[in-house]
Write a protein that binds this ligand. Structure first.
Ligand SMILES: [Zn+2]
Length: 184
């Protein structure tokens, strides 16, 4: 049996970025962002790195593309894979680039776009609730409505779900377990 990471890397390598993006000029930032939006978060395949707010900037400075990314949290294991996918995609187009990882200001769920939160919900993950105050990653967020039936009768099962940035909940109405994307 193959190691799951090796398998994931293999699947990325085999992936073809078939969509051809038209660059009006070498420094077309919109086209670059559109190109990079083909990259999905390996942990949440319905969301791309632009919707998640991981991609902060794509600037063409002195003939070099400077791609600025911010990890969703320090030590997020998905970040290495995301960076690898960016490199693979840009190498395919022979771009001259530099990837800059910025950790300050730190990523917040407020950077996630509204359509992204809706996609998360349709995918069955309760989207992060609007922050009223600064909340710790491991702090109980209060009532998390069920993404399936919208019931507020839900209960926290585990602080950690499939990944550290999600918590596992269970709905007392439809009895379905679900992941909640924690605010931070
Ligand atoms: Zn429910």
């Amino acid at each position: 049996m193959k190691n799951p990471i090796t398998e994931l890397v293999d699947s990325i390598e085999k992936k073809k970025y078939s969509e051809v993006i038209e660059f009006k000029s070498e420094s077309d930032e919109h086209a670059m962002i559109e190109l990079l939006s083909q990259i999905k978060d390996p942990e949440i395949p319905v969301l791309n790195i632009v919707e998640l707010g991981i991609l902060r900037k794509a600037e063409f400075i002195q003939s070099v593309w400077q791609i600025t990314i911010t990890p969703t949290y320090i030590g997020c294991p998905a970040m290495g894979l995301i960076e690898m996918q960016i490199k693979q995609l840009l190498d395919q187009y022979n771009f001259n680039y530099k990837i800059i990882t910025v950790i300050s200001p730190s990523w917040t769920t407020n950077w996630m776009t509204e359509p992204a939160k809706q996609k998360l919900k349709q995918y069955g993950i309760a989207p992060p609730l609007v922050q009223k105050r600064i909340q710790g990653l491991f702090e109980n967020p209060g009532v998390v409505p069920c993404p399936q039936c919208n019931s507020e009768h839900t209960v926290l099962i585990s602080e950690f779900a499939s990944t550290a940035c999600k918590a596992l909940y269970k709905c007392k109405e439809c009895l379905e377990p679900f992941d909640y994307f924690k605010c931070h």
